[in-house]
Design a protein around this ligand. Structure first.
Ligand code: GLA
Length: 392
């Protein structure tokens, strides 16, 4: 069962906790959403493309200056308080959530040369933690949005995304791409964003208004820092090097290789490298086809690409798991347009796309089929929503 708290009650939680536990009122309140990855799996760090959306689950971050020479952060939902500084690059012992905040402030401070040390903050979130909806990117982006506003730091939004990514690499140890942060910042209401990670160009992709998304969380543990995420990234880099030696043009990233060229040479590279590259190059191709299908309003074709993407996760990237596969099968059996794992994989969530008027039937049928497999997921209806913004 998933109780979806609305945005206003999350804001109230963060605000009231600020006045109750810290005293006074926050000077700045920022909101950053979670995200769904609709197509383009693991393409971001391969300089490929992806289609994604910010969602209506998000995180509210309240902040004001303090007279103490440290940062006090309160995670309301976890009932935890941490005291941080930004003069060293050590993790906050026993508090991963606080390490995210510290990492972001540390890198913002280095980037802007402005000291970030005397602030109080509280935050609350409606995004399930570790559920594959980028709860951590929302925390990073919300913290960065709040502090840049409070201290009038002049940092471009794309730079904020990169700073958050740096924090994740250095402080957490996940060598993630930029998908989560870019989507949390640039997501837009009622539509997808298309990001080219080579150029960081972002454009809107409109879907017909009768399309709805469902997030299905079968509760498989998901922690990218402990998963084979970094190993997959290294394998893609290895494939890139091998392809560079085989193809007559420079291959700096897998996005430099067309599907046709790859087909000609893939048997000449290592087995795993070939499998992982098949997924990435295939995903980039599916994103391009998805953009075309969306332009034509052909949602059956678009949905089929989602199913293909999931199959490729199973066959090539090996980042799915039986629970996610059952969910995708149940979605297909229930007549959904498309379904696939969304995000890093190795657990996390499945997104299901369907016509809005089919939502209830699809949900009922899926729940019934999964119940017989002893899978009791949370089903969360979700709508593409606006990216991070200042509320106060
Ligand atoms: C995680 C990472 C992203 C991206 C996706 C997979 O969400 O944080 O950078 O690589 O996995 O597409």
């Amino acid at each position: 069962m998933f109780f979806q708290e609305d945005k206003q009650s999350i804001i109230d939680n963060a605000f009231n906790a600020y006045t109750d536990l810290i005293g006074g009122k926050p000077f700045t309140i920022a909101w950053a959403p979670g995200r769904i990855e609709v197509l383009g799996n693991h393409t971001d760090y391969n300089a490929g493309t992806a289609l994604s959306a910010a969602i209506d689950l998000g995180l509210c971050f309240c902040m004001a200056p303090s007279s103490q020479s440290y940062i006090r952060a309160i995670a309301i939902d976890l009932e935890r308080t941490a005291y941080l500084n930004t003069f060293d690059d050590l993790k906050v012992p026993g508090a991963k959530w606080a390490t995210y905040i510290k990492g972001v402030f540390y890198h913002l401070q280095r980037h802007t040369k402005q000291t970030i040390d005397e602030v109080n903050c509280t935050f609350s979130s409606s995004i399930p933690i570790g559920g594959g909806l980028s709860s951590s990117a929302a925390l990073e982006v919300a913290a960065a949005t709040a502090v840049t506003s409070l201290l009038s730091l002049n940092v471009e939004p794309k730079e904020i995304a990169k700073i958050c990514q740096k924090a994740e690499h250095q402080f957490i140890g996940t060598n993630c791409g930029l998908l989560d942060q870019i989507t949390s910042i640039f997501g837009r209401e009622n539509g997808l964003i298309h990001t080219d990670f080579q150029t960081l160009e972002i454009s809107d992709v409109t879907l017909p208004p009768d399309i709805d998304f469902l997030v299905v969380n079968p509760h498989v543990e998901h922690n990218l820092a402990d998963s084979p995420y970094n190993e997959r990234r290294e394998c893609c880099e290895h494939a890139t090097k091998q392809l560079n030696e085989l193809l007559p043009y420079p291959v700096n990233t897998l996005s430099d290789v067309s599907l046709e060229d790859f087909e000609q040479v893939k048997h000449k590279i290592d087995k795993y490298a070939a499998q992982r590259a098949t997924h990435i190059i295939g995903e980039i191709d599916r994103v391009a086809k998805g953009v075309q299908a969306a332009k034509l309003g052909d949602m059956e074709a678009f949905g089929e690409l989602l199913y293909q993407s999931h199959q490729s996760s199973i066959d090539n990237f090996e980042n799915s798991c039986p629970e996610l596969d059952h969910v995708v099968n149940a979605a297909r059996n229930a007549g959904a347009l498309g379904a696939r794992l969304s995000g890093g994989g190795f657990g996390g969530v499945v997104i299901v796309m369907m016509y809005a008027d089919r939502m209830q039937t699809v949900m009922n049928d899926m729940e019934e089929e999964l119940f017989h497999l002893d899978i009791h997921p949370d089903l969360i209806r979700t709508t593409p929503s606006a990216g991070a913004h200042i509320i106060l």
